[in-house]
Design a protein around this ligand. Structure first.
Ligand code: GAR
Length: 215
């Protein structure tokens, strides 16, 4: 029996969405993807979802007078699926506090940096410019502060002297596509449990993010 229902929010290419769809179809992830919602009509992720028979919705933020009105429309759409988790996968809109508070401990985001370092946009370029020795990916709970909620899982990789922007973007994506399905499976298996103010992994309080390793 499938234990976890998710709704995925996207704005663009949807390669992370694809990794989640693939993991569900190959039974590596025991979850039901109830719907995919995009704020962008041109998001290729909408096509990916339709190709796999997943319900899609376009909620175009440009049709709403304010962030709050957009978030209300989003919430109305999401609520009919009653998801366990709202999975942000390249969803490039800042959510209002009201939306986040209405979905406390339910909203997950994947971010291309080792949080708390490099919040915000353009992380790969900034990391390269600063000649950082390593970089990575974080999956965190969404709280009202941008890219600031508790980090649940991190994966890291070394940056080599001759790495280009596209090299590190590529390595980050490879990692992301393994991490999101794995994290969701931990939630589905209830190995990872998120309750008010307490997060545990395998019955131990999670003091540090789960370190993702792909072996
Ligand atoms: C991903 O790399 C994700 O980490 C990033 O957007 C990309 C979406 O790719 N998210 C953020 O920067 C959020 N702050 P995708 O559409 O191919 O999954």
């Amino acid at each position: 029996m499938t234990s976890t229902t998710i709704v995925v929010l996207i704005s663009g290419n949807g390669s992370n969405l694809q990794s989640i769809i693939d993991a569900i179809e190959s039974k590596q992830l025991d979850a039901r993807l109830a719907a995919v919602i995009s704020n962008n009509p041109d998001a290729y992720g909408l096509t990916r979802a339709k190709n796999h028979g997943v319900e899609t919705h376009l909620i175009d933020h440009r049709q709403y007078a304010s962030r709050e009105a957009f978030d209300e429309g989003l919430l109305d759409c999401i609520q009919k699926y009653d998801p366990d988790y709202i999975v942000l996968a390249g969803f490039m809109r800042i959510l209002s506090s009201a939306f986040i508070q209405a979905n406390q401990n339910k909203i997950l985001n994947i971010h291309p940096s080792l949080l708390p370092h490099y919040k915000g946009l353009d992380t790969h370029r900034r990391v390269l410019e600063n000649r950082e020795p390593e970089h990575g990916v974080s999956i965190h709970l969404v709280t009202p502060e941008l890219d600031d909620g508790p980090v649940l899982m991190q994966g890291r990789y070394a940056i080599k002297a001759d790495d280009t922007l596209s090299d590190i973007q590529y390595r980050g994506h490879v990692l992301e596509h393994q991490m999101y399905p794995q994290l969701l499976q931990y939630l589905s298996q209830q190995r990872l449990q998120i309750n008010n103010q307490s997060i545990s992994f395998d019955h131990q309080p999670l003091h540090q993010p789960i370190e993702f390793t792909n072996n």
